[in-house]
Design a protein around this ligand. Structure first.
Ligand SMILES: [Zn+2]
Length: 379
């Protein structure tokens, strides 16, 4: 089926004969890494580069960007975009990247032509005290912030209260919508039941299945598992997933909408519950990624080739099958020809989630595939 949003994948698929470490395969090193605009996402990129290459100059650059971000006026909401760890000096301040441009409005990863009514509405900004649950702007993103703090310093931040609030919120909406028999949990973002990793169910459930996040495995079994199963049964015949519950258009293959983001929920469900079907669905998502993952939207993380390639790395980390690493390398080769495929220029061309910083983050991660993690998302 031709896909108007993806470019034809020109690469030969893995057939077991390719040597990933052959020097004649495309090189992923030596790309110029300059020209980013300021921002917390750029700080995270430099922190990552410091972790991969061990050069102290990267850490210094990260601190510079963190300091600049902390000098800005604080966000109205304290969620993933900005998280402060007290005024104890720069080494104790951690600023997380803003995948959403600004709380209060849908971001550019939601194209109104792709999500026409009733799947997209111009909702008024929420009051600050009503916190949604998604990854980009809300509780699940805040959970990642806690993980990040614990990883960077020492375990101490307790995720249970956030998970309790997320479960209560999900149960409440499922009851209000009278959908609890199909899905004990339900979440909305701007009055839509989004499915993908950025704003939807799959991203929230990915966090709620992390070991030790929800107090009581019985609640994971009784609330989260059937809710994950509800998402699973939304799968299109192609293996892709809709952007919203009830949307029957199989169009978007992005981390933010579609199988590239749902794959993390599926793999985590496989790890937690041991049900083979979750892995099979994740592998099917991998096929969707390979066929339709080189997006005309560009090379970024949220809705671009680099973000989609992280899905292959997620599969590789679970299965250890060379096919998935090979596919990630081919997408990296595509990214190394940045700007040569006629792709659109993103709204924020140097940012972590839409632009070049995210692509570089991915290319650096490919040097250590078993340790790779989609930034500001994978635990
Ligand atoms: Zn997006």
């Amino acid at each position: 089926m031709p896909d108007q949003r993806a470019l034809k994948n020109p690469y030969k698929d893995y057939d077991g004969t390719q040597n990933l470490f052959d020097p004649s395969t495309p090189s992923f090193a030596g790309q110029d890494c300059t020209g980013y605009r300021a921002g917390a996402g750029i700080a995270l990129l430099y922190l990552h580069l410091h972790g991969v290459f061990g050069e102290s100059s990267y850490l210094q650059r990260a601190l510079e960007y963190v300091s600049r971000s902390l000098s800005l006026k604080p966000a109205r909401w304290v969620t993933l975009p900005v998280w402060r760890r007290g005024a104890r000096g720069p080494s104790r301040a951690v600023v997380l990247p803003p995948p959403a441009a600004r709380p209060g409005r849908p971001t550019s990863c939601i194209n109104r032509s792709e999500l026409s009514p009733p799947f997209y509405t111009e909702a008024p900004p929420r009051p600050a005290y009503i916190l949604p649950d998604d990854c980009c702007t809300a509780r699940a993103g805040f959970l990642y912030s806690l993980v990040f703090i614990n990883q960077q310093f020492r375990p101490g931040e307790d995720p249970h209260p956030i998970c309790d609030a997320a479960l209560a919120s999900g149960e409440s909406l499922a009851k209000r919508n009278r959908t609890q028999d199909q899905s004990p949990l339900m979440y909305e973002w701007y009055q839509e039941q989004y499915v993908g990793a950025a704003h939807g169910l799959a991203g929230i459930y990915y966090f709620l299945m992390q070991p030790g996040f929800v107090a009581g495995q019985d609640r994971v079994q009784s609330l989260v598992k059937p809710s994950v199963d509800f998402v699973c049964q939304l799968k299109f015949p192609s293996g892709n997933y809709p952007p919203c519950v009830g949307d029957e258009r199989d169009l978007l293959v992005h981390w933010c909408h579609g199988s590239p983001g749902v794959i993390y929920m599926l793999l985590q469900a496989y790890k937690v519950f041991g049900v083979k079907q979750y892995l099979e669905d994740a592998l099917q998502s991998g096929e969707v990624l390979w066929q339709r993952g080189l997006l005309k939207k560009g090379y970024g993380l949220c809705h671009g080739a680099a973000g989609n390639a992280y899905g292959f790395l997620a599969l590789y980390k679970v299965t250890r099958e060379a096919r998935h690493l090979y596919r990630a390398c081919m997408f990296a080769d595509w990214c190394m020809n940045y700007g040569k495929h006629g792709c659109r220029t993103p709204d924020t061309p140097f940012s972590l989630f839409e632009g070049m910083a995210g692509t570089i983050y991915f290319l650096a991660d490919l040097l250590q595939p078993m340790r790779s993690k989609f930034p500001a998302f994978e635990v």
